[in-house]
Design a protein around this ligand. Sequence first.
Ligand SMILES: Nc1nc2c(ncn2[C@@H]2O[C@H](COP(=O)(O)OP(=O)(O)OP(=O)(O)O)[C@@H](O)[C@H]2O)c(=O)[nH]1
Ligand SMILES: [Mg+2]
Length: 362
Amino acid sequence: MELTVVVPTYNERENVAVLVERMSKALEGVSWEVVFVDDDSPDGTAEAVRRLSLENPRVRCIRRVGRRGLSSASIEGMLSSAASYLAVMDGDLQHDETLLPGMLDALRSEDVDIVVGSRYVEGGSVGRWDKTRSLISRMGTNLGRLIIRADLKDPMSGFFMLRRQLLERTVHGLSARGFKILLDIFATAGGNIKYKELPFTFRSRHAGESKLDTLTFWEYLLLVAEKTIGRHVPITYLTWAGGMATAVFVHMITLHLLLKSLGLGFVLSQSGGAAASALFVYGAGDYFIGRRFKRGAAAFLKGLAGFAAAALPGLAFGIAAAALLVGTDATDVSRIQAGLCGAAVGVLWCYLVVSTFSRRTG
Ligand SMILES: Nc1nc2c(ncn2[C@@H]2O[C@H](COP(=O)(O)OP(=O)(O)OP(=O)(O)O)[C@@H](O)[C@H]2O)c(=O)[nH]1
Ligand SMILES: [Mg+2]
């Protein structure tokens, strides 16, 4: 086997057969296989791939359960292969499969580690994108170029082919976060990489829906942070610490409003603060973790009920501790001190609940 093409998929059932057919045409005469890495798509993509592989031994499927993430899927697909050359491309037919033989020829005959399908070199294009999407992509590209130490024109491309050695060299340092695996590879290699860009035109999606959303944006920022600040402090630590500090802030603002604007007593206001910060923690957990599994409103509410039950002991303990600390002659200073201590206990407990109850994602 000379070439493995890895195709990460999530809800691409209608696209996989067409993609295999087009790849078969493009790669005639090459010893190749395609590995679909599907994150348990609800539309049954993995089943569609399995049906294809019964007739066509070039087709394989890795199905991951309870996981989401294009980058980690691409890495696992590449690691499952024994081929000398590894390609990654989208499963929605936006990437031009006729570029694959040219990429392979470049790797076979030139001294390059990786060939990138590029929308931003002469002859390439993003196709039919509206102004907003082009602008966001441009901004992301410029930000990405800051962290890769190479004059790569399209570091955001999801279409590339590399030598297995480049994967072996970088795999232990990869962040595997989010969507941008190429950027991850370049940033991890730290400029020590020989590359070539070949132009292609990004087509419109064939069938199915885009998976880009606001979460993709946050994951991209986290990847950039991991490749810069992350060399010194783990980004997971920073995001959790930042999240907890924000939750304590939400608690204190609510406490202040209930005490001063509504004139409620301390214990009642502290309880209101605890409820607000707990909701904030659950909401953030749902956005950053649960959302990837496209939960509906019913699942959100069921999850909230479970969370409330599990969080209640910690919240009650925090409220009781604050009530004891504030004393009988509650001054503004003692209310702030007691409120903060109670908030810290409640928020820590809520984080513990969210992190132990949530599913793996990457
Ligand atoms: N395994 C896996 N694949 C994913 C995941 N998210 C997206 N994909 C696949 O990654 C590829 C790119 O995702 P798209 O949603 O098409 O992203 P895009 O091409 O930048 O955006 P559009 O132009 O809107 O299609 C597609 O083949 C998706 O099915 C994921 O969480 N896991
Ligand atoms: Mg796409």
